[in-house]
Structures are given as C-alpha cells and as structure tokens.
Design a binder for this molecule. Structure first.
Ligand SMILES: C[S@@+](CC[C@H](N)C(=O)[O-])C[C@H]1O[C@@H](n2cnc3c(N)ncnc32)[C@H](O)[C@@H]1O
Length: 306
C-alpha cells in the first residue's frame, strides 16, 4: 500500500525545490488541459520531475536522463527492485546508527563504504544502496568525483541521518513506473520526444566565480562550450516546435558586463527570478540570488496542437 507522495530521495547540488513556484508560473498553460510528455535531460535529484509527476493529471509519459551512471543506476533500481534496495538500506542504517557517539568508528565505517562504492563491483541494488548511503551521510549531500570517477566527498556531521526512507522509496518506485530512464548525454533525449513534449533543462550552472563551482557531478566538466552546445540543442527543439524551459545562474547579477546568457538566448524569453541555493559550503553565501528562467514560448503559445 503506497500512501505517500513521491519526493526526491537524494540531496543534490542545484536541487530545484526552491525554484518550483517560479517554474510553475512559467509553464505553458496547456499542460493543465492537454496530454503531454515531460522530458528532463539533466534530472539530478528530480525535484521538478516529482512535482510534475504529482501535480499534472494530463501527463502521459515522462523521460528522464542524466550523464551520471551511478545516479541513473539508483533510479533504475528504485523503479524495478525497491524491496531489495530497502532491505540493504535498512542494514546500512542500523549499522551506522549503532555507531552513534563513536566518531572514530563512524568514520571508519563511512570510508569503508566509500571505498566499496568506488570499486563499483557490488551488484545493481548494492551499488544503489551505497549511493544513497553516501548521499545521506556525506558532507552537505555533495556528489563529487575525481578524474578516475572515484567519489571523494568526506563524511558529514549528521547525527542518525535517515538512510532508509522506506515509504518514500516505495512512493518513488510507484511514480517511476510511467518514466523512461536514460543515461547519457542530454542530446539523446530528442529521440524520445513526440509532438507534445515539454523539456525542462537544469544543466550544471555556469559558475558565478572560479571558487563557487559546484558543478563536478560527473567526471566531465560542463564548461562554456557545453552551455553553447545546449543552447544549440534548444534552438533545434524550437525549430521542431517543442516547448522548453531552462534554468541557469544569472552571471549578469554578479557582473553587470557579463552578457553570456543574455547574448546566447537573445532569441528567447529570459526572466530573472529569486531562488535560494540549497547547497553552499559557506552559510553566508546561501542568501537570495537571482537565477535565470528561459523559455522558448510566451505562455499562451506553447504546446498548441500541431
Ligand atoms: C544542476 S544538476 C540538476 C539538478 C536537478 N534539477 C535537481 O533538482 O536536483 C545538473 C545535472 O546534470 C548532469 N549532467 C552534466 N553533464 C551532463 C550532460 N552532458 N548530459 C546530461 N546530464 C549531464 C549532472 O550529472 C547533474 O546531475
């Protein structure tokens, strides 16, 4: 019996929970009364995905994608083997909680599990359970890997964090039954679009400064050339009559002369909205920053019948 609403099962840099109210205002109004496909090419922890799955009756199908293989393995495991995953997470949670009060042993346990994860030799659900364990116990819920794809985030300071949220895993598993789960580059999602598709893009944000970069989610960096490649992809979708909404950092808010996104997306509608960043190592910097929401439609034109 599943009686919970599915919500993100991970903490994730750039998690979009704070931006949902703004995204809602910017969605094409037709999605409330016409069938549509939702496509999220940079899904991360899926804050917007779960909100869409929970709130739009007319959603026919959804497609999610991310380049992070370990993340996608976790989505696939939740979708297909939730009970097996829950059993492993319960063991990890019991073992870890039993060490509370003994920092040395807790640390040993954390680093032992991190090493095991980095061997990537566990079977599918064991690897997914380690992914969730590390996400719940590491410093600030960060996912950062080195050039060899070794996860290298230190242990966090949480007391008895929830590692196994059984009800939510079951709710997520249920919600994922109408979702196609892909792993790879964002461009592959075009093959899964139909003529009533809405794309939401939440790429790794362009850093506001050299030191503010938290975009090492995967072993390859998302640099300016990647931002340009993404814009070219968005232009292609526009020509093909798909609707899209994209979020990114407002680099102009930091440096008034920085017109990178204003120039890149000059053919489209750019809004500046308030959004609180949820992951920042420095609490002082968790204040209110503007972010960009860019769409290829004025709300009344989107998703018209082809
Ligand atoms: C800003 S995060 C998305 C955050 C997400 N909206 C959330 O609510 O958690 C960006 C995601 O893009 C993924 N990514 C990076 N490069 C990619 C690429 N070329 N194609 C697809 N995904 C990519 C990263 O692995 C990361 O999960």
């Amino acid at each position: 019996m599943i009686n919970r609403i599915a919500k993100p099962f991970l903490k994730w840099a750039g998690g979009k929970t704070q931006l949902i109210a703004e995204i809602e205002k910017s969605l094409p109004y037709e999605i409330t009364n016409k069938k549509f496909t939702y496509i999220e090419p940079f899904v991360g922890s899926g804050a917007v995905l779960f909100w869409v799955l929970n709130n739009f009756q007319k959603l026919e199908r959804a497609v999610i994608n991310d380049i992070n293989e370990d993340l996608i393995n976790t989505y696939k495991t939740i979708a297909s083997r939730p009970s097996e995953l829950i059993s492993i997470l319960e063991i990890l949670q019991n073992e870890y909680h039993a060490l509370e009060g003994n920092e040395e042993n807790k640390k040993l346990y954390y680093y032992q599990k991190r090493n095991l994860y980095n061997t990537r030799k566990e079977e599918q659900s064991g690897q997914a359970a380690l992914f969730i364990f590390l996400n719940r116990t590491c410093f600030n819920g960060l996912y950062r890997v080195n050039s060899k794809n070794f996860y290298n985030v230190p242990m966090g300071g949480y007391k008895k964090p929830t590692i196994c949220d059984r009800e939510n895993i079951l709710a997520v598993s249920n919600a994922l039954q109408k979702v196609e789960i892909l792993c790879g580059d964002f461009e592959q999602t075009l093959d899964f679009a139909n003529n009533k598709s809405l794309f939401y893009f939440d790429p790794p944000y362009k850093p506001l400064s050299e030191t503010s970069s938290f975009n090492s989610y995967a072993k390859d960096d998302f640099n300016d050339n990647e931002q340009i490649r993404l814009k070219d992809f968005c232009s292609k979708l526009d020509v093909l009559n798909h609707s899209w909404i994209l979020s990114n950092s407002d680099v102009k808010g930091k440096n008034i002369n920085d017109n990178f996104f204003d120039d890149l997306y000059s053919d489209f509608k750019i809004q500046r909205v308030d959004a609180r960043r949820s992951i920042n190592a420095n609490p002082e910097k968790r204040g209110s920053l503007k972010e960009l929401l860019i769409t290829n439609y004025a709300n009344e034109q989107a998703l018209q019948p082809a």
